[in-house]
Design a protein around this ligand. Structure first.
Ligand code: ADP
Length: 517
């Protein structure tokens, strides 16, 4: 008996030891584990492990004996509760994600798995519940969902915006008073705006999908244009203000300014060419009429002026007997003003000659040192109030029109005087730079703004603020620029507002080849 009692004791102690081990195992699990007794009313909890206490914040004695529902606090309307109830009633396993509340009232998401314990008679005696705190995962899922909706919303807004922009842009493109064409990499027209279709009397059907050079009976098969366009894609260099004159079969002769750019929109398209065509036929016609008018008007003015000049000279040479000093000085003044008027008209005439390409160059070799020296001396005599100094030296003969170069010097020095009120010093510097002579005229006057510097060599340009204060037609610099260009030199300006300006020009020195010509 002893032996059997001992062995019973042994069995008991070994099963106690096993139970301890199991309990320890349960306590070291990170999931919360509970056991409920289904044989007792209201399924009380009869066991909970440490993790369950940690997750919920309740102590063991606050848990044991209670039904699990205390974890839901007041949040009772969750559909998952019904799922759980149904599983318990039917003795089935069930897994739900349910909102639970810790002792301190803080919400946590519980991933709850319940599983029935069924005895050998098939009766459900207990339920085992395993819980995991999935609050962080839920939060991340929630944030992800939020992020997704916000991204979707943004995409929708952006799409709407892009669509709006596209409609906006295409309405601009359709209304601009300039012809626009978009070509693909093979020079096939992808789109053409209304202005293009109206100007060139073509339909959209005939244009879109056609090779540019084959458009309207090959009317765009213009060799220089072709050459430029073929260079755009490989080099990405735009074509800027390329002038094309072409006789179109239906619409006649057109002068056009073409600008073409390579356009690329990453991800959507590559290698497209946008061509903007400005029809300048009418503008050119108006310019031509203006030039014709200038040329005729100055010619007409010059004829009677030459007669007046002759008559004044006659009066100067043969004054009437007993003519007073006053009479003589008045005749001299008339002579001076006739000369001034004559110079102005000559300038106007020169301008129209330059425009029509009719300016004549009387090319002869001349010594530039001497020309500059003589011109400066003459001007110094005429304007004694100014100190015009000449320095530097450039040995070399120039093949060109000495009178015209002297006219350029006159223009630059007269401007230096005219636009330097309050300053009486003008410096002229002559030097040899490589195969060129360089002449600079520096004043310490009002200077020219950078914007105006870009325009002063244009015909009829005058800085806005000086227009009323100083007389002039705005053609002296234009003529000078053209004269120097005709002599294969360059004329440019460096200036700072309020500090003065330096106008410089270069002229190529004559070489042996020129001599032989
Ligand atoms: P004009 O003197 O008859 O106006 P120009 O062609 O000689 O015509 O000069 C064009 C414009 O350039 C002038 O109206 C003036 O605004 C500016 N300009 C020329 N020379 C000077 C200078 N030395 N200093 C300041 N401005 C100048």
């Amino acid at each position: 008996m002893e032996t059997s009692k001992d062995s019973r004791n042994d069995q008991t102690s070994s099963s106690n030891m096993n139970l301890d081990l199991y309990l320890q195992a349960l306590n070291s699990a990170s999931s919360g584990i509970i056991i409920t007794d289904n044989t007792q009313p209201d399924n009380p909890i009869i066991y909970c492990n440490k993790a369950f206490q940690t997750i919920t914040g309740y102590k063991n004695n606050e848990i044991i004996g209670h039904n699990c529902r205390f974890l839901q606090s007041q949040d009772r309307m969750q559909p998952e509760r019904l799922e759980l109830k149904e599983a318990i009633k039917n003795g089935k396993e069930c897994k739900v994600e349910i909102r639970n509340y810790r002792k301190n009232g803080k919400l946590f998401w519980n991933e709850l798995f319940i599983s029935p314990v069924i005895n050998d008679k098939g009766v459900v005696t207990h339920f085992i519940g395993v819980q995991n705190d999935i609050t962080d995962r839920k939060k991340a899922e929630h944030e992800l969902r939020e992020e997704k909706t916000s991204v979707e919303r943004k995409i929708q807004e952006r799409t709407k915006e892009l669509l709006g922009n596209e409609i906006f842009l295409s309405s601009i493109i359709q209304t601009v008073r300039e012809s626009l064409l978009v070509l693909d990499a093979n020079y096939t027209v992808i789109s053409a705006n209304s202005h293009f279709l109206n100007t060139f009397k073509v339909t959209s059907e005939d244009t879109v999908g056609t090779l540019l050079f084959e458009l309207g009976n090959n009317q765009w098969d213009i060799e220089p244009l072709k050459e430029l366009l073929l260079k755009i894609l490989p080099t990405s260099n735009p074509v800027i203000d390329f002038e094309v004159e072409h006789d179109f079969p239906h619409i006649g002769k057109k002068i056009m300014l073409l600008n073409a750019y390579r356009v690329e929109f990453e991800g959507q398209y590559k290698d497209r060419i946008l061509i903007a065509i400005e029809d300048i036929t009418e503008k050119r016609e108006i310019d031509r009429r203006k030039d014709d008018f200038l040329s005729i008007a100055s010619h007409e003015l010059k004829t009677p002026l030459t007669t007046i000049k002759g008559l004044v000279q006659l009066l100067q040479r043969m004054p009437p007997e007993g003519a007073t000093q006053k009479y003589l000085s008045t005749v001299d003044k008339v002579g001076t003003y006739v000369d001034r008027l004559n110079n102005l008209i000559t300038e106007l005439l020169d301008t129209s000659k330059i425009q029509s390409g009719n300016i004549e160059l009387h090319n002869e070799p001349f010594d530039i040192n001497k020309t500059i020296k003589d011109t400066v001396e003459n001007l110094s005599l005429a304007t004694p109030a100014y100190q015009i100094t000449l320095s530097g030296h450039a040995n070399g003969m120039i093949l060109g029109d000495e009178l015209q170069i002297s006219q350029v010097m006159n223009n630059l020095i007269s401007n230096a005087i005219k636009y330097s009120p309050g300053s009486d010093k003008i410096e002229i510097y002559l030097s040899k730079v490589g195969d060129f002579v360089k002449i600079s005229v520096t004043d310490h006057g009002m200077g020219i703004s950078p914007q105006d510097q870009a325009k002063i060599f244009e015909r009829f340009f005058r800085a806005r603020d000086i227009q009323k204060k100083f007389p002039g037609l705005g053609i002296g610099l234009y003529i000078s620029h053209e004269i120097i260009a005709n002599h294969k030199g360059t004329l440019w300006v460096e200036s700072e507002i309020g500090r003065g300006s330096t106008f410089s020009f270069t002229l190529p020195i004559m070489n042996d080849d020129d001599n032989r010509k």
